[in-house]
Design a binder for this molecule. Structure first.
Ligand SMILES: [Zn+2]
Length: 353
């Protein structure tokens, strides 16, 4: 079958590889669509980061580069191991793309995203979404009912937003400020809006401001070039400040803006991945008793995220800004996201085309 494999920085190859084999406890899936993520771009330009470099196998998967890439994917079940009885061939699904130790409890309430050596399918081995087919453990397979398969490729990044929402402790009726309207900022805002919050977004890019407004995920978009965003948030909240802030830009000044923009006793959740240590306005954090919370991935967020999309309170269609074939992964996928980044939210790839 055809697959995109990561060899090293700037070296991704479309190749013919062996079909994955069904083993006890697993499910075979024909991939429909796979999204390209900012993490994939970091691996391509600056990696390997999550990807185990050649000669250094990952402790759980036992694999090293070259590995199949792609962790945001949807598909249809084409085979089930004899001991998997609660799914049907022909059912549409998404994969929660974790590589986690066999001995780690992944049941409700467990923080398995924090377990030792956690990695992701499509980065750390075990196949990936940029291949025609994949075999994954039953515990990571989530049925999606009648959600269209193209939109379902966005459920993985949407689950990141859902996990950030859960971590924030925010409730319907509260006010949120999201820093940055890139893919994760927009999808986090979409979850917050669907959960009944008032959502403000801080963003400079015209294309992203337009996307935030047109998709309806923001009640108001503030441009830091028009003035002090924290001041604008206070104006719109009767002087109080937002209840929760979400850092989705990995820009230090945005983090400080959020610490300023939330009310005393408020919560700031960091959703972005940082490549450097930012300065943090600790005096404000102390005097306002701000909770600054980290988040990574998701944990038992997929079922609620899928239900949110099924409820119709959230429309993923407008966030798909490109559709390409596997051969075009670098020429039309990565290249667009590197050079024309602000015009795109998600480019999705059809591994069969
Ligand atoms: Zn991702």
């Amino acid at each position: 079958m055809r697959a995109a494999r990561y060899y090293d920085r700037n070296d991704i190859r479309i190749e013919d590889i062996a079909e994955p084999e069904l083993k006890p406890g697993t499910v075979a899936i024909e991939v429909a669509w796979c999204g390209i993520c900012g993490t994939d771009l970091h691996e391509y330009l600056e990696g390997p980061i999550f990807i185990p470099p050649a000669g250094h196998p990952h402790p759980i998967s036992g694999e090293a580069a070259p590995v199949v890439i792609g962790h945001e994917f949807s598909g249809t079940i084409i085979g089930l191991a004899d001991d998997v009885n609660d799914l049907q061939v022909g059912e549409n699904v998404v994969v929660e793309p974790y590589i986690i130790g066999d001995d780690v409890d992944t049941g409700p309430g467990s923080d398995y995203q924090l377990s030792k050596d956690m990695n992701f399918i499509g980065l750390g081995g075990r196949g990936g979404g940029l291949a025609e087919r994949i075999v994954v453990e039953r515990r990571w397979v989530h049925p999606i009912g009648d959600i269209p398969l193209d939109q379902a490729a966005l459920i993985e990044p949407l689950s990141v937003g859902h996990h950030a929402f859960v971590r924030s402790g925010a409730t319907a009726g509260q006010t949120a400020i999201v820093g940055g309207a890139g893919p994760i900022g927009l999808l986090t805002a979409a979850v917050l809006k669907a959960e009944g919050l008032t959502v403000y977004i801080s963003e400079r890019s015209q294309a992203r401001k337009t996307m935030a407004t047109e998709t309806g995920v923001a009640d108001e978009v503030f441009d830091p070039r028009d003035g002090d965003v924290a001041e604008m948030v206070r104006e719109w909240t009767g002087g109080r400040g937002a209840d929760v802030g979400f850092e989705c830009s990995s820009v230090p000044v945005v983090l400080d803006t959020l610490i300023d923009a939330v009310r005393p006793g408020g919560v700031v959740v960091n959703v972005s991945i940082w490549g450097h240590n930012p300065p943090v306005d600790m005096p404000q954090l102390v005097l306002k008793e701000i909770d600054l919370r980290g988040t990574i991935g998701y944990a038992n967020d997929h079922p609620d995220t899928i239900a949110l999309v099924q409820s119709g309170r959230l429309d993923l269609a407008p966030f798909i800004t490109g559709r390409i074939a596997l051969d075009e992964l670098v020429s039309k996928g990565y290249d667009q996201l590197i050079n024309n980044n602000e015009e795109h939210v998600k480019i999705i790839v059809n591994p069969h085309a």
